[in-house]
Design a protein around this ligand. Structure first.
Ligand code: GTP
Ligand code: MG
Length: 230
């Protein structure tokens, strides 16, 4: 499961532009700012292969990274962020808020960066990507362990589960710990697990990671190699 080499292959604006290839791939999914691009950089040990930012909405296209010339890691734009219990579009920085949403909106938020006119395309594409990308071996659903469970992540897990898309929970930012309620990663992870335990007959695999300390890196690579050979 070692990474010997990794190369950026391409950025795609739409599903149909993704590489036509038989090699297996893992999609890295999660809220804007959860640490998707950072995780990819940690996995392939490159500082800025996938561009990261403090501001949500950095990644705006589908980015394929080829590892060991044999499998892909796919960096995706993030879906919506919560602020004061309201969903904020990942890129709109508070301009666009909506108290009620459904998964369609999550998907629109997922590709928040697409221009307004392209958004309808994006949302249908995204579902299409997850449902039809034959080479998709699994989804790494990234969940920020440094904050309490967020409804949008639970809804996302729910949708993937209902559609039989194999997923692994990757808890990010496990190096961050604050005093007080909701400040400890272990607590937040436990609460998340309890909330989603009723969604699956068998709980999905999960792993604690930190892109800062490298926690979980080798374990996650091993896990993905097992999924590929399954
Ligand atoms: P979008 O592309 O906007 O959807 O965000 P993203 O999910 O790719 O997040 P990104 O990797 O750009 O990271 C967002 C911020 O979180 C950056 O400031 C990172 O340095 C920080 N970050 C990411 N992973 C970790 C982690 O494991 N620990 C800590 N402490 N910070 C992290
Ligand atoms: Mg990103």
């Amino acid at each position: 499961s070692r990474v010997k080499e990794a190369e950026f292959v391409k950025s795609s604006a739409r599903a149909r532009d993704c590489p036509k290839d038989d090699r297996p791939e893992f999609a890295v999914l999660g809220r804007s700012n959860v640490g998707k691009s950072s995780l990819i950089n940690a996995l392939i040990r490159r500082k800025e292969a996938a561009l990261t930012s403090k501001k949500p909405g950095k990644t705006q296209t589908i980015n394929h990274f080829l590892v060991n010339k044999s499998w892909y890691l796919v960096d995706l734009p993030g879906y919506g962020m919560y602020h004061n219990d309201k969903i904020i579009d990942g890129i709109a920085n508070g301009e666009k808020q909506s108290e009620k949403y459904n998964f369609a909106l999550v998907f629109i938020g997922l590709f928040a960066a697409a221009s307004q006119s392209a958004r309808t395309d994006w949302s249908s594409f995204t579902k299409g990507y997850f449902l039809n990308r034959d080479t998709l071996v699994g989804v790494l659903l990234l969940v920020d362990a440094s904050i309490p469970p967020q409804k949008i992540d639970i809804d996302c897990a729910n949708w993937l589960g209902r559609n039989n898309i194999g997923l692994t929970y990757v808890f990010t930012k496990c190096d961050k710990s604050k005093k007080g309620k909701g400040g400890r990663p272990e607590e937040n992870i436990k609460e998340f697990q309890e909330t989603i335990s009723s969604l699956y007959p068998e709980p999905p695999p999960w792993i604690m990671t930190s892109s800062v300390t490298g926690l979980g890196r080798d374990g996650l690579l091993l896990h993905m190699s097992q999924l590929r050979n399954y």
